[in-house]
Design a protein around this ligand. Structure first.
Ligand code: CP
Ligand code: NVA
Length: 309
């Protein structure tokens, strides 16, 4: 990163491994000292604009609460309420918002729009999910894994299901945090060639296949996500293709005995995951949801550099 450059949090492959590790440790530190840090109000006078072009429960509330707990404020906006919805350009929106707020978090399907916003903003931009990636989620997930099982480096995570935005960020995380990732997707819903090439070029320990059973064999953590992401068409076709990738008791029993189960939520019980697994002893899905708050405090503090001593 250039000295003095705006610290955007756009994708895990955009940041060096050392910087991401430091950010992870910052989040853990802010979580462990949360009461003292709240009293210090390190974000006092700081305002985060949150732009949502798609629905959200966790991302919206955890960013809002993170700012409030650390003394800052938020402004919640939807694309339709802004002049963006009437044709004002992303670039001009970025320039204008930068004159008012200290950081911008945006959820928008079009990843190119996120990149354009960051290009023209003079304040940090945070990716709150696009069709292509969900980096805040996977920072919270790695944090959750490490809280339960210690360092993720050298461990094995299995992904079974759709090759969606959350998977992309898991792939980036595998390379940056140096763990193995076994991916099983239907052939028809395979990851994009650019992601497969990135894995090859970087030497990430990521394998791509089509058998859920093989992917989860002996894994330390099993992860899945919805079969139909925001913006996806052909729900019925996706359901048919993804049925064999459901995480159920039988699949979990192939993983390591103490394997964790993760899901970014919202879950569709009885589809990608059964109640038995969601509510079972290996499931840490609500810890993941909680850790969105703590992971994002770290991300915000990193973006608003100097805000937390
Ligand atoms: N996991 C996640 O991003 O949830 P929301 O869509 O509720 O924000
Ligand atoms: N893959 C899901 C994640 C939701 C948080 C989606 O994009 O809808």
């Amino acid at each position: 990163m250039n000295p003095g450059a705006v610290k955007h949090f756009l994708d895990l492959d955009q940041l060096p491994a050392g910087e991401l590790r430091a950010l992870m440790e910052l989040s853990k530190d802010l979580k462990s000292r949360r009461r003292e840090v709240a009293l210090e109000k390190p974000f006092a006078g700081k305002v985060l604009a949150m732009v949502f072009d798609q629905p959200s429960t966790r991302t919206r509330i955890s960013f809002d609460v993170a700012m409030r707990q650390l003394g800052g404020d938020t402004i919640m906006l939807t694309g339709a309420e802004m002049q963006l919805g009437r044709g004002e350009t992303i670039a001009d929106t970025a320039r204008v918002l930068s004159r008012y707020v200290d950081a911008i978090m945006i959820r928008i399907l079009d990843h190119a729009a996120l990149a354009e916003l960051a290009e023209h903003a003079t304040v940090p931009v945070i990716n709150g999910l696009t069709r292509d990636s969900h980096p805040c989620q996977v920072m919270a997930d790695v944090l959750t894994f490490e809280e339960h099982r210690g360092p993720i480096t050298g461990r094995t995570v299995a992904w079974t299901g759709d090759a969606n935005n959350v998977l992309v960020s898991w792939v980036h995380a595998a390379q940056r945090f140096d763990f193995a990732l076994n991916v099983a997707t239907p052939p028809e819903l395979s990851p994009r060639p650019a992601l497969v090439n990135w894995v090859r070029e970087t030497g990430a320990k990521v394998s791509f296949g089509h058998a859920a059973e093989a992917a989860v064999e002996g894994a330390d953590c099993v992860v899945t996500d919805t079969w139909v992401s925001m913006g996806d068409a052909e729900a019925e076709r996706r359901h048919n293709l993804l049925k064999p990738y459901q995480v159920n008791g039988a699949l979990m029993r192939r993983a390591a005995k103490d394997a964790l189960f993760m899901h970014c939520l919202p879950a569709h019980r009885g589809e990608e995951v059964t109640d038995e697994v969601m509510d079972g002893p290996q499931s840490v899905v609500f810890d993941e949801a909680e850790n969105r708050l703590h992971a994002q405090k770290g991300i915000l503090a990193w973006c608003l550099e100097g805000a937390v001593a």
